[in-house]
Design a protein around this ligand. Structure first.
Ligand SMILES: CC(C)(COP(=O)(O)OP(=O)(O)OC[C@H]1O[C@@H](n2cnc3c(N)ncnc32)[C@H](O)[C@@H]1OP(=O)(O)O)[C@@H](O)C(=O)NCCC(=O)NCCS
Length: 205
Protein backbone atom coordinates (compact mmCIF):
# COMPACT_ATOMS: atom_id res chain seq x y z
CA UNK A 1 0.00 0.00 0.00
CA UNK A 2 1.46 3.35 -0.98
CA UNK A 3 0.94 5.60 1.97
CA UNK A 4 2.62 8.85 1.05
CA UNK A 5 5.11 10.84 -0.96
CA UNK A 6 8.15 12.36 0.65
CA UNK A 7 11.11 14.39 -0.47
CA UNK A 8 13.17 11.33 -1.36
CA UNK A 9 10.46 9.40 -3.18
CA UNK A 10 7.53 7.12 -2.62
CA UNK A 11 7.28 5.71 0.87
CA UNK A 12 5.57 2.37 1.27
CA UNK A 13 4.71 0.63 4.52
CA UNK A 14 5.62 -3.03 4.32
CA UNK A 15 2.51 -4.24 6.10
CA UNK A 16 3.10 -7.95 5.30
CA UNK A 17 2.44 -10.49 8.01
CA UNK A 18 5.79 -11.21 9.64
CA UNK A 19 7.44 -7.96 8.59
CA UNK A 20 7.75 -5.40 11.39
CA UNK A 21 4.74 -3.06 11.35
CA UNK A 22 6.80 0.09 10.99
CA UNK A 23 8.89 -1.20 8.05
CA UNK A 24 9.17 1.45 5.37
CA UNK A 25 10.52 0.97 1.84
CA UNK A 26 11.91 4.15 0.27
CA UNK A 27 14.50 5.37 -2.20
CA UNK A 28 17.94 5.66 -0.62
CA UNK A 29 19.49 8.94 0.50
CA UNK A 30 23.15 9.84 0.88
CA UNK A 31 23.03 9.22 4.65
CA UNK A 32 22.16 5.58 3.88
CA UNK A 33 25.52 4.95 2.18
CA UNK A 34 27.28 3.83 5.39
CA UNK A 35 24.64 1.26 6.41
CA UNK A 36 24.31 0.05 2.78
CA UNK A 37 28.06 -0.55 2.60
CA UNK A 38 27.93 -2.31 5.97
CA UNK A 39 25.29 -4.74 4.71
CA UNK A 40 26.82 -5.44 1.28
CA UNK A 41 30.43 -5.69 2.38
CA UNK A 42 29.48 -7.87 5.36
CA UNK A 43 28.16 -10.43 2.86
CA UNK A 44 31.02 -9.73 0.44
CA UNK A 45 33.49 -10.74 3.16
CA UNK A 46 31.77 -14.15 3.17
CA UNK A 47 32.02 -14.40 -0.64
CA UNK A 48 28.24 -14.13 -1.04
CA UNK A 49 28.16 -10.73 -2.78
CA UNK A 50 30.45 -8.48 -4.80
CA UNK A 51 32.09 -5.81 -2.61
CA UNK A 52 31.19 -2.16 -3.25
CA UNK A 53 33.20 0.95 -2.50
CA UNK A 54 31.89 4.19 -1.04
CA UNK A 55 32.48 5.88 -4.38
CA UNK A 56 30.53 3.24 -6.32
CA UNK A 57 27.54 3.38 -3.99
CA UNK A 58 27.64 7.20 -4.05
CA UNK A 59 27.62 7.20 -7.85
CA UNK A 60 24.79 4.65 -7.97
CA UNK A 61 22.79 5.89 -4.97
CA UNK A 62 19.79 6.71 -7.21
CA UNK A 63 19.62 2.99 -8.09
CA UNK A 64 19.06 2.02 -4.45
CA UNK A 65 15.94 1.41 -2.42
CA UNK A 66 16.18 0.65 1.28
CA UNK A 67 13.91 -0.74 3.95
CA UNK A 68 14.01 0.82 7.38
CA UNK A 69 12.47 -0.25 10.67
CA UNK A 70 12.68 1.65 13.95
CA UNK A 71 15.20 4.00 12.36
CA UNK A 72 17.51 1.14 11.34
CA UNK A 73 18.30 0.21 7.74
CA UNK A 74 17.68 -3.54 7.53
CA UNK A 75 17.72 -4.11 3.77
CA UNK A 76 18.79 -2.64 0.47
CA UNK A 77 18.59 -3.40 -3.23
CA UNK A 78 19.35 -1.61 -6.47
CA UNK A 79 17.86 -1.39 -9.95
CA UNK A 80 20.53 -0.68 -12.56
CA UNK A 81 19.62 0.08 -16.17
CA UNK A 82 21.47 -1.62 -19.02
CA UNK A 83 19.45 -1.02 -22.17
CA UNK A 84 16.15 0.79 -22.77
CA UNK A 85 14.46 -2.58 -22.18
CA UNK A 86 16.27 -4.44 -19.43
CA UNK A 87 17.67 -3.70 -15.97
CA UNK A 88 19.53 -5.62 -13.29
CA UNK A 89 18.42 -6.09 -9.70
CA UNK A 90 21.61 -6.15 -7.68
CA UNK A 91 23.13 -5.41 -4.29
CA UNK A 92 20.11 -7.05 -2.64
CA UNK A 93 20.85 -7.65 1.03
CA UNK A 94 18.85 -8.10 4.22
CA UNK A 95 20.49 -7.90 7.65
CA UNK A 96 21.16 -11.37 9.13
CA UNK A 97 18.84 -10.80 12.09
CA UNK A 98 16.02 -9.48 9.85
CA UNK A 99 15.98 -12.35 7.32
CA UNK A 100 12.86 -14.47 6.63
CA UNK A 101 10.45 -11.70 7.65
CA UNK A 102 9.38 -10.74 4.15
CA UNK A 103 11.88 -7.90 3.78
CA UNK A 104 13.64 -9.33 0.72
CA UNK A 105 10.26 -9.81 -0.93
CA UNK A 106 9.23 -6.21 -0.20
CA UNK A 107 12.46 -4.93 -1.72
CA UNK A 108 12.02 -7.02 -4.87
CA UNK A 109 8.42 -5.84 -5.20
CA UNK A 110 9.53 -2.20 -4.88
CA UNK A 111 12.35 -2.64 -7.42
CA UNK A 112 10.09 -4.45 -9.89
CA UNK A 113 7.48 -1.69 -9.51
CA UNK A 114 10.19 0.88 -10.18
CA UNK A 115 11.30 -1.08 -13.27
CA UNK A 116 7.71 -1.14 -14.52
CA UNK A 117 7.34 2.59 -13.91
CA UNK A 118 10.28 3.08 -16.31
CA UNK A 119 8.53 0.71 -18.75
CA UNK A 120 11.36 -1.80 -18.69
CA UNK A 121 10.44 -5.09 -20.35
CA UNK A 122 12.47 -7.34 -18.03
CA UNK A 123 14.76 -7.44 -15.01
CA UNK A 124 17.53 -9.92 -14.34
CA UNK A 125 19.92 -10.85 -11.53
CA UNK A 126 23.02 -12.96 -11.01
CA UNK A 127 22.58 -14.85 -7.79
CA UNK A 128 23.43 -17.74 -5.47
CA UNK A 129 19.88 -17.75 -4.09
CA UNK A 130 17.99 -18.78 -7.23
CA UNK A 131 15.24 -20.41 -5.13
CA UNK A 132 14.50 -17.07 -3.47
CA UNK A 133 14.28 -15.41 -6.90
CA UNK A 134 12.05 -18.23 -8.22
CA UNK A 135 9.64 -17.39 -5.42
CA UNK A 136 9.74 -13.82 -6.71
CA UNK A 137 8.58 -15.04 -10.20
CA UNK A 138 12.04 -15.02 -11.80
CA UNK A 139 13.11 -17.86 -14.09
CA UNK A 140 16.56 -19.26 -14.64
CA UNK A 141 18.04 -18.21 -18.00
CA UNK A 142 21.22 -18.84 -19.96
CA UNK A 143 23.82 -16.16 -19.29
CA UNK A 144 24.09 -15.66 -23.03
CA UNK A 145 20.52 -14.33 -23.03
CA UNK A 146 21.60 -11.24 -21.07
CA UNK A 147 23.08 -8.10 -22.57
CA UNK A 148 26.85 -8.19 -22.87
CA UNK A 149 27.03 -5.02 -20.82
CA UNK A 150 25.73 -6.99 -17.84
CA UNK A 151 29.14 -8.65 -17.69
CA UNK A 152 31.08 -5.47 -17.05
CA UNK A 153 31.04 -5.98 -13.26
CA UNK A 154 32.19 -9.58 -13.65
CA UNK A 155 35.62 -8.55 -14.87
CA UNK A 156 36.64 -7.40 -11.38
CA UNK A 157 35.03 -10.34 -9.59
CA UNK A 158 37.45 -12.78 -7.92
CA UNK A 159 35.34 -15.63 -9.36
CA UNK A 160 35.48 -14.31 -12.94
CA UNK A 161 37.10 -17.48 -14.29
CA UNK A 162 34.98 -19.89 -12.24
CA UNK A 163 31.64 -18.15 -11.80
CA UNK A 164 28.94 -20.22 -10.14
CA UNK A 165 26.22 -17.58 -9.95
CA UNK A 166 22.90 -18.33 -11.61
CA UNK A 167 21.29 -15.90 -14.05
CA UNK A 168 17.59 -15.30 -13.43
CA UNK A 169 15.13 -13.08 -15.23
CA UNK A 170 11.58 -11.82 -14.76
CA UNK A 171 9.75 -10.66 -17.86
CA UNK A 172 7.56 -7.64 -17.12
CA UNK A 173 6.22 -7.00 -20.62
CA UNK A 174 5.93 -9.47 -23.49
CA UNK A 175 7.54 -6.89 -25.81
CA UNK A 176 10.79 -8.04 -24.22
CA UNK A 177 11.26 -10.84 -26.72
CA UNK A 178 11.08 -8.43 -29.67
CA UNK A 179 13.48 -5.90 -28.08
CA UNK A 180 15.80 -8.65 -26.90
CA UNK A 181 16.20 -9.87 -30.47
CA UNK A 182 16.96 -6.30 -31.60
CA UNK A 183 19.52 -5.80 -28.79
CA UNK A 184 21.28 -9.01 -29.77
CA UNK A 185 21.45 -7.92 -33.38
CA UNK A 186 22.81 -4.52 -32.36
CA UNK A 187 25.43 -6.13 -30.10
CA UNK A 188 26.51 -8.44 -32.88
CA UNK A 189 26.70 -5.63 -35.44
CA UNK A 190 28.64 -3.50 -32.90
CA UNK A 191 31.59 -5.90 -32.96
CA UNK A 192 34.38 -3.81 -34.40
CA UNK A 193 37.25 -5.29 -36.35
CA UNK A 194 40.41 -3.69 -35.00
CA UNK A 195 42.94 -2.64 -37.67
CA UNK A 196 45.67 -5.22 -38.13
CA UNK A 197 49.25 -4.05 -38.46
CA UNK A 198 50.89 -5.71 -41.44
CA UNK A 199 54.56 -5.92 -42.20
CA UNK A 200 55.04 -2.91 -44.41
CA UNK A 201 56.22 -3.53 -47.92
CA UNK A 202 59.25 -1.57 -49.03
CA UNK A 203 58.29 1.97 -49.89
CA UNK A 204 57.85 2.49 -53.57
CA UNK A 205 60.11 5.18 -54.91
C1 LIG B 1 18.24 -13.56 -0.16
C2 LIG B 1 17.71 -12.53 0.84
C3 LIG B 1 17.72 -11.15 0.20
C4 LIG B 1 16.26 -12.94 1.18
O1 LIG B 1 15.71 -11.95 2.05
P1 LIG B 1 14.64 -12.34 3.16
O2 LIG B 1 14.10 -11.08 3.74
O3 LIG B 1 15.21 -13.31 4.11
O4 LIG B 1 13.53 -13.06 2.28
P2 LIG B 1 11.95 -13.10 2.54
O5 LIG B 1 11.69 -13.31 3.99
O6 LIG B 1 11.30 -11.92 1.90
O7 LIG B 1 11.54 -14.42 1.75
C5 LIG B 1 10.59 -14.47 0.71
C6 LIG B 1 10.39 -15.93 0.34
O8 LIG B 1 11.65 -16.46 -0.13
C7 LIG B 1 12.05 -17.56 0.66
N1 LIG B 1 13.51 -17.48 0.83
C8 LIG B 1 14.23 -16.56 1.50
N2 LIG B 1 15.55 -16.81 1.41
C9 LIG B 1 15.65 -17.94 0.67
C10 LIG B 1 16.77 -18.71 0.25
N3 LIG B 1 18.03 -18.38 0.57
N4 LIG B 1 16.51 -19.81 -0.50
C11 LIG B 1 15.23 -20.16 -0.83
N5 LIG B 1 14.14 -19.45 -0.45
C12 LIG B 1 14.35 -18.37 0.30
C13 LIG B 1 11.32 -17.40 1.98
O9 LIG B 1 11.14 -18.63 2.63
C14 LIG B 1 10.01 -16.79 1.52
O10 LIG B 1 9.18 -17.80 1.01
P3 LIG B 1 7.58 -17.77 1.27
O11 LIG B 1 7.06 -16.49 0.68
O12 LIG B 1 7.10 -19.00 0.58
O13 LIG B 1 7.41 -17.78 2.76
C15 LIG B 1 18.53 -12.56 2.15
O14 LIG B 1 18.57 -13.89 2.63
C16 LIG B 1 19.96 -12.05 2.00
O15 LIG B 1 20.20 -10.86 2.16
N6 LIG B 1 20.91 -12.97 1.72
C17 LIG B 1 22.34 -12.62 1.66
C18 LIG B 1 22.69 -11.73 0.48
C19 LIG B 1 22.27 -12.34 -0.85
O16 LIG B 1 22.45 -13.51 -1.12
N7 LIG B 1 21.67 -11.49 -1.69
C20 LIG B 1 21.23 -11.84 -3.02
C21 LIG B 1 22.16 -11.25 -4.01
S1 LIG B 1 21.58 -11.52 -5.67
Amino acid sequence: MISGLQEDGIIEHAGRAGAPDDCVVRKAAMHDIGPILGLINGYAAKGIMLPRTEMEVSEDIRDFSVIVTAGRLVGCGALHFYTPYIGEIRSLAVAEDAKTHGIGRRLIEALVREASSYSLDAVFAFTYVADFFRKMSFEEVERGELPLKAWKDCVRCPKFQCCDEIAVMRVLRPEYCRHFQRDRELEESALVQLPVLRASSPATP
